[in-house]
Design a protein around this ligand. Structure first.
Ligand SMILES: Cc1cc2nc3c(=O)[nH]c(=O)nc-3n(C[C@H](O)[C@H](O)[C@H](O)COP(=O)(O)OP(=O)(O)OC[C@H]3O[C@@H](n4cnc5c(N)ncnc54)[C@H](O)[C@@H]3O)c2cc1C
Length: 395
């Protein structure tokens, strides 16, 4: 009997959770075919993308997990870069890790190839926190600045070398600035430099932090950041870093030894070559059950898809918690589609956000029954840590 082959593309948060949910649903339900599940990713590891600020702040911080360790035993892994799809013939084209072009047939294909991190044009200077190499380069630049600062007689130049500016104040910018401020103090103390000379500035284009939630959450975040040594500057953008001086949109300048850009996410450029329908913003267009129209057996979830709640008309955000919830529902959709039954449809995830504010410090906010709940202290940190770990299937 021909095997039913299910290929999941992408071992990020959406992909690994989809593999786990599909394996569980098909392993336990009678009447369903036995699936052969294959995960494809260009890397042999799952990148804990949300922790990119860690290797930027601390040497040798490991934020990758080998996919072979994460996957259920009966799931196969193929390290390959997907380059195309023939949705009529149900075939996926890819380049394997020896550089050979190959083709594999599928019955079910789940696209979970994620997004990329936005970076400014190279003439704008600074370092965008786009991946592991960029994180390490941020750390090396800071260490080199500190080495120069220990020998620097000129006070203004020493202070410039010890100033870090984070441009972009979304969750990534908030967490990055908090972690860098903590690590910078540790480094400065270890070298016997003056701790007060360290300055970490977070530049926010908006008039407050966390515009997706209530004002009091933004205010509390700002207070906690300031207590951790981060100064938040609102209503301005960094235009450019040149020769260690930043020019801001309000005309002011900041002498700064290190400028880190945290500018959010963009659609994976690979999507435009796949021949699947895209939205005007460049994400895969799917129906309310994550199906790509006119392409039987083809589904998309996570950051690479535009997912709309049919009840509210609101689009899901590009976050791990949303990707993880979509992955669980997708397993039920695939099972229903294979059995010819009505499939579940997407429902928006509850409002829930966590923020890491340096080692052992965190905050979480949710709204239930119209009431805002804010968690700080140990609980805030535990919630933050739990969400980081559970999204990556770690205990
Ligand atoms: C710095 C930062 C901080 C963040 N903080 C938070 C946070 O605190 N909370 C939160 O909920 N969200 C956060 N996010 C957003 C979150 O990381 C994304 O929503 C999440 O990664 C989406 O998961 P995904 O699986 O769709 O995509 P990804 O995690 O991007 O995974 C995509 C996978 O696809 C693979 N891939 C890509 N192209 C191909 C190809 N052609 N062939 C094969 N494999 C391919 C990649 O190697 C990768 O493994 C943050 C994002 C960043 C960048």
């Amino acid at each position: 009997m021909k095997e039913t082959r299910c290929i999941v593309v992408g071992g990020g948060y959406a992909g690994i959770n989809a593999v786990k949910a599909i394996e569980k649903a098909f392993g336990s339900r009678e009447g369903l075919p036995t699936l052969r599940i294959i995960l494809m990713d260009k890397h042999p590891y799952h990148l804990r993308k949300v922790l990119l600020f860690k290797p930027a702040a601390v040497e040798n911080e490991e934020i990758t997990v080998p996919l072979a360790r994460l996957l259920p035993q009966d799931v196969d892994f193929v390290q390959a870069t997907v380059t195309g799809i023939e949705s009529d013939a149900r075939r996926v084209h890819y380049v394997n890790n020896q550089g050979n072009e190959q083709v594999m047939e599928y019955d079910i294909l789940v696209l979970a190839a994620g997004s990329i991190i936005r970076q400014p044009d190279s003439e704008k200077g600074g370092i965008a926190l786009t991946g592991l190499a960029a994180a390490q380069s941020i750390r090396e630049t800071w260490r080199a600045n500190l080495r120069k600062a220990t020998k620097m007689e000129d006070r203004a130049e020493r202070e410039r070398l010890m100033t870090i500016t984070v441009a972009g104040a979304g969750i990534s910018g908030i967490e990055t600035s908090a972690e860098l401020a903590y690590a910078a103090r540790e480094d400065v103390n270890a070298l016997g430099l003056e701790p007060n000379a360290v300055a970490v500035k977070l530049i926010n284009a908006n008039n407050r932090l966390f515009p997706d939630g209530p004002v009091k959450v933004g205010t509390k975040l700002e207070r906690m950041l300031e207590a951790g040594g981060v100064t938040v500057l609102h209503n301005r953008k960094v235009l450019q870093e040149k020769d260690g001086v930043l020019t801001l949109s309000d005309g002011s300048i900041i002498p700064s030894g290190l400028c880190v850009w945290t500018l959010g996410l963009l659609p994976n450029p690979m999507l435009s070559g796949l021949g699947v329908p895209l939205t005007a913003d460049g994400y895969i267009a799917v129906d309310a059950s994550y199906r790509v129209q006119r392409a039987p057996g083809l589904y998309a979830i996570g950051d690479c898809a535009e997912i709309i709640d049919p009840a509210s008309g609101l689009a899901d955000g590009k976050t791990c918690k949303e990707a993880t919830a979509q992955a669980s529902r997708l397993a039920q959709v695939i099972a229903a589609d294979l059995m010819g039954r009505p499939a579940p449809t997407h429902k928006r995830f509850m409002d829930f956000f966590c923020f890491g504010l340096g080692p052992q410090r965190g905050m979480a906010w949710t709204r239930a029954w119209g009431i805002d709940m804010i968690f700080t202290g140990k609980l805030g940190w535990r919630l933050r840590e739990f969400t980081w770990k559970s999204a990556s299937l770690l205990k």
